[in-house]
Design a protein around this ligand. Structure first.
Ligand code: C2G
Length: 147
């Protein structure tokens, strides 16, 4: 049995996340996903909209995911690869080269990142849409007050 593992925050779950998980699952028989805890995320300088528990539930519900574990530090990967007898470690290629230290323990792959989508861009789109809506309401209120 070929076991694959990957790591991530998976906040505001989107098609880029699904693509990399389904592609990694297709490389083996079992996919383990380590989801970053809220505490670890703050160490990454990331704050997620959804809590660790919510992100774990969403990832766990996916047909292509067989096991979800917490990612609580940068150092756990070698232990995880050994403990779960992992054959393949995979990430999107925005991480290319960053985890080559795992090569003595398992195959390391970096898959093409899905273009034009990220949790950050989704947040920005929502913020900009909200700001425009607020500006429109203020313009309308300004017009009404002149009437
Ligand atoms: N991803 C992708 N395409 C996107 C966005 C993300 O392929 N458009 C991939 C990333 O390359 C990563 C995974 O989806 O492999 C999860 O991305 P994030 O949730 O942003 O994870 P990140 O914050 O990069 O944390 O120890 C590794 C870290 O935990 C990775």
């Amino acid at each position: 049995m070929t076991t694959v593992i990957t790591y991530g925050t998976f906040d505001l779950f989107h098609i880029g996340h699904l693509n990399v998980l389904e592609r990694l699952r297709a490389m083996g028989d079992r996919l383990i996903v380590a989801v970053s805890t809220d505490e670890f995320n703050s160490g990454k300088g990331k704050s997620s909209c959804f809590s660790f528990e919510e992100r774990v539930r969403i990832v766990s519900a996916l047909r292509c995911v067989d096991l979800v574990i917490p990612e609580s530090n940068w150092e756990q990967k070698v232990h995880d690869v050994k403990a779960h007898e992992v054959d393949i470690f995979g990430m999107g290629d925005d991480w290319a080269g960053k985890f080559d230290f795992l090569k003595p323990h398992c195959r390391v792959v970096y898959l093409p990142r899905t273009p034009a989508v990220s949790s950050t861009s989704i947040k920005l789109d929502i913020f900009e849409a909200h700001s425009e809506k607020q500006a429109q309401v203020q313009r309308e209120q300004g017009v009404r007050s002149l009437a």
